[in-house]
Design a protein around this ligand. Structure first.
Ligand SMILES: [Zn+2]
Length: 399
């Protein structure tokens, strides 16, 4: 057993640029060297290192999904601590090395229980992607833009409930999605800021001025830009317009080509750039589990290919998107660079999760968490702490 790994020959995506044929050395779970590979150019791996020949592949920092409800048949809220542990292993197939377990609107006691389960699953981590905390999506959202959230779980802001949820989260609630136009919405934002939680505007009818007031109160994020919010209209600019224009907002975007038209993703990219956008999946239990009927809260979700809808076949209900596909799509829709895609899928998410000093980029001293991708953005290997946590069976057969 060695604690050294060398990944040789991949295009290495660092914050400063891509090293076309690079070598990355890892020791004790951390990155100990990054440089060009090749005879006389780089340094050689230490004897006894696990060597991964990655020529022709792309080495990116492990992806961090900050809006994510389930995977592999398990739901973040419905399947308890063991479900969360299975989810943490399921996402490895998609290059995801960390995520925020994301709740949906529910009764207060159900939300409390879900937060507690997440904290327990994190404490008892049994391999798999790191559970980096909680994203509370609601329950304080506008019923007019409920999306696939259950109406009975949605209510006006209640600061006491919020405090209890944050307490249960032991400092690991990282994001809360809320509608600022509701009574008490701005006070809720101030409470979150005070607690070090990122207030994220979404499931909201807010007009531009209300969005500005929310930003003034401390809102820094937006939840799935364009989806479940007032839109982009030239005489009635809504929340989506404010998210596009206001530099203080980092907006999630679901790049599956279903939730948002690719041209509107390109518009968001041109308006916001890599630091203003963050790639999320909003995936449900159906992620990576094939077509069929699944559960999200009270609802049945019908999955056919990339489509994930309620029984009416029209209302979009979460997604089956994966982080590696989100990156491939984002690059395809906009022409952005791999460096920018890594900012949106790893570095930015690591900052909001409070782990940017350890995770989110390929830099010296950071955790050796990687997604090793094929040129078509399929995942060859996922590496966590310098250990291969997932390897695609077809690539295993070749070697
Ligand atoms: Zn969601």
């Amino acid at each position: 057993m060695t604690d050294r790994m060398a990944i040789v020959g991949a295009a290495v995506v660092t914050p400063l640029g891509v090293i076309e044929e690079g070598i990355v050395l890892c020791e004790d779970g951390r990155i100990s060297h990054i440089g060009p590979a090749g005879e006389g150019r780089g340094i050689d791996p230490e004897p006894g290192s696990v060597i991964i020949n990655a020529a022709g592949k792309i080495l990116m920092p492990g992806f961090i999904d900050t809006h994510f409800h389930g995977s592999g048949g398990d739901d973040v809220m419905a399947d308890g601590v063991e479900g969360l542990e299975r989810i943490a292993r399921s996402v490895l197939r998609f290059g995801t090395t960390g995520f925020l377990a994301t709740t949906i609107a529910a009764r207060h006691d159900e939300l409390l229980r879900s937060v507690e389960h997440t904290i327990t699953a994190r404490r008892e981590a049994k391999g798999g992607a790191a559970i980096l905390g909680v994203h509370l999506e609601g329950p304080f959202m506008n019923v007019s833009f409920k999306g696939a959230q259950p109406e009975w779980g949605i209510r006006d802001p209640n600061l006491d409930e919020c405090r209890e949820l944050l307490l249960a989260g032991e400092g690991l609630v990282r994001i809360m999605t809320l509608a600022p136009e509701l009574p008490g919405g701005l006070d809720l934002i101030r409470l979150l800021v005070e607690a070090g939680v990122a207030p994220s505007l979404g499931h909201s009818t807010a007009d531009y001025d209300t969005a500005l007031a929310a930003i003034e109160a401390g809102a820094t994020r937006a939840t799935h830009l364009y989806n479940a919010m007032s839109g982009v209209h030239h005489r009635k600019p809504g929340l989506a317009s404010a998210c596009l224009c206001e530099p203080g907002i980092q907006a999630e975007i679901i790049c599956d080509g279903v939730h948002v038209n690719p041209h509107m993703i390109d518009l968001a990219w041109k308006a916001k750039g890599p630091r203003g956008l963050t790639l999320v999946t909003d995936a449900t239990a159906a992620q990576g589990h094939g077509d069929g009927i699944y559960t999200l809260g009270d609802f049945e979700i019908h999955v056919r290919g990339p489509l994930c809808t309620l029984g009416d076949g029209v209302t979009i209900a979460g997604s089956v998107l994966t982080m590696n596909r989100a990156i491939g799509n984002a690059i395809g829709f906009t022409g952005m660079s791999l460096v920018d895609a890594a900012e949106m899928a790893s570095s930015g998410p690591a900052r909001v999760c409070g782990v940017a000093d350890q995770k989110g980029s390929i830099e010296m001293g950071k955790d050796a968490d990687f997604a090793l991708l094929n040129p078509d953005f399929s995942v060859d290997r996922t590496i966590i702490g310098g250990v291969v946590a997932y390897q695609d069976v077809t690539s295993r057969a070749i070697q």
